[in-house]
Design a protein around this ligand. Structure first.
Ligand SMILES: Cc1cc2nc3c(=O)[nH]c(=O)nc-3n(C[C@H](O)[C@H](O)[C@H](O)COP(=O)(O)OP(=O)(O)OC[C@H]3O[C@@H](n4cnc5c(N)ncnc54)[C@H](O)[C@@H]3O)c2cc1C
Length: 303
């Protein structure tokens, strides 16, 4: 067990006990975390993680919670959120350095305001840079790793710089093992600001038309299988609009599950299982989860 009074001696940030994670996930679903910790700066992050590791106390990182489904039982241990403590960005030549807690929207806007192009394709992806790097977030044919130079990580109690080539990036995948992402550096090219702003606007409108943006959700539930789309398979399986409790396979985009209000994680898990079983039976394709399951049994999380 960790001792809260011990933590308070060195930890500057906010500590909340039994904090409902539904407040921090885009799904608005999730039971309580034993400890919810918001470090104020990098030193605070290093200190708290070093302490928790020494105590052998379980913890996990959460950005904007836009790619997770947290169980109704919540999380035993600590959840660490970097959004408020690690939020700065700077430019040197064609390199943009970004802290892990910066949101994607702020990052894209910062790049555009500094005359760069390329990252506008990532507009509209919710979440933080930390979460985006771990997920290798992408859209419209591009991925965040396309622009990456290196990633600053905390690993085995030390801050290190991991080159992009060593991070195992693939489609919605990276291989940081247990490393914590503290920040990242991107190399960008100069573009026409008006043109880039127009492209961003169009992509955001396109996204708003295609996705159920007015209802809580966690983005695409499944990765697209090679050569096809998860949404098409789920739609062709006749599952659009199907409900379990207060969760529904979106009528607008079948790879999204939406929270109609008061949905619980169990409802979403039922729909995940239904989609996987039906698509496998009808098309012989196993859908792989894109969303990370948190606080479930290990077997479920690995699924
Ligand atoms: C409406 C909507 C649309 C979306 N559209 C897209 C899209 O077009 N493309 C796309 O790729 N994704 C999309 N997503 C999914 C999601 O926005 C991205 O995966 C995003 O990058 C996740 O960032 P996050 O900060 O919310 O991460 P979280 O959901 O908080 O975390 C994701 C994973 O990263 C880990 N993590 C987070 N921060 C750190 C850190 N600092 N160090 C180590 N591990 C960390 C978490 O433990 C978890 O395993 C969408 C989601 C929604 C709700």
């Amino acid at each position: 067990m960790v001792n809260i009074d011990d933590i308070k001696i060195f930890f500057q940030g906010r500590i909340a006990l039994h904090e409902p994670l539904s407040k921090y996930t885009s799904f608005r679903i999730g039971g309580p975390a034993d400890y919810f910790l918001e470090p104020t700066d990098k030193e605070d992050v290093v200190n708290i993680i070093t302490y928790l590791q020494r105590q052998n106390f379980p913890f996990l990182m959460m950005g904007k919670g836009s790619n997770v489904l947290v169980s109704d039982d919540g999380v035993r241990g600590a959840v660490i959120n970097l959004e408020h403590g690690l939020g700065s960005m700077r430019v040197e030549g064609d390199i943009v350095s970004v802290d892990a807690g910066v949101t994607m929207a702020r990052f894209v806007d910062f790049c555009i305001q500094h005359g760069f192009k390329g990252v506008e394709m990532l507009s509209g992806i919710p979440g933080t840079i930390g979460g985006a790097v771990i997920m290798n977030a992408g859209a419209y044919g591009g991925e965040i790793s396309d622009f990456l130079v290196d990633v600053e990580v905390l690993r085995n109690g030390k801050i290190a710089c991991l080159k992009k080539e060593d991070a195992g990036f693939a489609y919605r995948r990276s291989n940081f093992k247990d490393a914590i992402v503290l920040g990242a550096r991107f190399r960008l090219t100069v573009g026409d600001k008006a043109e880039v702003m127009r492209a961003r606007r169009e992509l955001l409108l396109k996204r708003n038309r295609a996705q159920p943006v007015n209802m809580p959700n966690s983005g695409s539930m499944f990765k697209n299988p090679h050569g096809t789309y998860a949404a098409k398979l789920i739609e062709d399986a006749g599952l659009k609009g199907v409900r379990r409790g207060n969760a529904q396979i979106s009528e607008r985009h079948a790879n999204f599950i939406v929270n109609l209000g008061g949905a619980v994680a169990r409802d979403v898990v039922d729909l995940i299982e239904l989609a996987r079983k039906t698509v496998l039976e009808k098309f012989g394709i196993t859908l792989e989860l894109e969303v990370k399951l948190i606080g479930f049994t290990q077997a479920k999380e690995a699924a």
